[in-house]
Ligand binder design. Structure first.
Ligand code: AVI
Length: 322
């Protein structure tokens, strides 16, 4: 039975879990994959051979270091290299190293929701690239961007890598890009990493690896509900399922209930009923081509200045301006 009286939620997580599991069809947001265990599983995904995205972006940075850093330095003077959702900074370190060795006047400003991630990044940079000035900001992209903007007038180069934009629906991506644009000056750059449309099988393999790491990552959202909201999901009774539509370029992840079952979520004081093979939609990972990117840029008032790709054209980094 669902509780239909007005419920007071203590956190957005509680509210979204309740709404998502009482909706039809059911859904949960992929932003909740990332607790400590989820962060670790995502690191494992990035290291898998099937997950070509990370290697492709890494190779773009390695093969085009000079051109990319020259673009960043084009206007001269001090600039802030801001990274939205920095993670372990592995790819960015290639650029940081090159900039620092060539005497660029810049400050690296990684933004991440997780202080844990930022501490790790700070420690590894202090060891590997001690000359790079770093200023970390914990928070959501916009809180942190706004704060950085208010406190500093330096030129900005904003990095949004790893096809993170692909986890947003087109409307959300446009809203996001518009908000980034509002914080940009004429001379600022947005450096955007996006996965490309390709052989559909390559995409399905990347999001449904045989070792089951992606399945564990997807199911981690249920484990989180168990741990944080007193849920009793039996994660083995759900199947990780991936589909890819080559026309729209949208990969979608689901958790599929293997049987009729009832799950109690203690903290929310409600029970979610699942029919056999009922789905919970958990994530989209959008794939793009130049036309989609041009359309997104136009809708959000940005212009594509140039782009970089890897030898197999699996992935692209676009440079955008206001
Ligand atoms: C973080 N994000 C860009 C990843 C992606 O490719 O959509 C998350 C992920 N989901 C499954 N595998 C990786």
């Amino acid at each position: 039975m669902h509780r239909h009286t007005a419920i007071r939620f203590e956190t957005l997580f509680e509210e979204e879990v309740y709404k998502g599991l009482t909706d039809f069809p059911k859904h949960l947001s992929s932003k909740y994959f990332y607790d400590e265990k989820g962060d670790k599983l995502f690191q494992d995904i990035m290291a898998m051979p099937e997950y070509y995205l990370t290697d492709a972006e890494f190779s773009i940075f390695e093969n085009h270091t000079e051109e990319i850093t020259t673009l960043f330095r084009k206007q001269g003077g001090h600039f802030n290299l801001i990274e939205l959702g920095a993670g372990d900074g592995k790819k960015t370190k290639i650029l940081l190293n090159h900039l620092s060795q060539n005497g660029a006047d810049f400050t690296y400003q990684p933004i991440d929701i997780s202080q844990n991630v930022l501490n790790g990044l700070k420690a590894s940079l202090a060891k590997e690239l001690p000359d790079v000035p770093i200023q970390t900001k914990q928070g959501t992209y916009f809180e942190a961007l706004n704060e950085l903007n208010g406190s500093n007038t330096s030129r900005k180069v904003i990095l949004f890598l790893g096809s993170n934009i692909g986890n947003l629906l087109h409307d959300q991506a446009i809203e996001f890009l518009k908000q980034v644009r509002a914080l940009m000056q004429e001379e600022d750059l947005l450096f955007l990493g996006v996965d490309q449309k390709k052989n559909p099988q390559t995409i399905l393999d990347a999001y449904n690896d045989k070792t089951g790491i992606t399945a564990a990552f997807n199911k981690n959202i249920l484990s989180r509900i168990n741990a944080e909201l007193g849920g009793d999901f039996d994660v083995d009774q759900f199947l990780h399922w991936e589909v890819y539509d080559p026309e729209s370029g949208t990969a979608k992840s689901y958790l599929v209930s293997k049987k009729e079952q009832t799950v109690t979520i203690g903290k929310l004081d409600f029970q979610a009923e699942f029919g056999p093979w009922e789905t919970i939609h958990t994530e989209i990972s959008q794939k793009y081509d130049d036309r989609i990117i041009m359309w997104l840029a136009e809708k959000s008032g940005l212009q594509v200045e140039t782009e970089f790709t890897d030898s197999k054209k699996l992935y692209k980094n676009y440079v955008l301006r206001k």
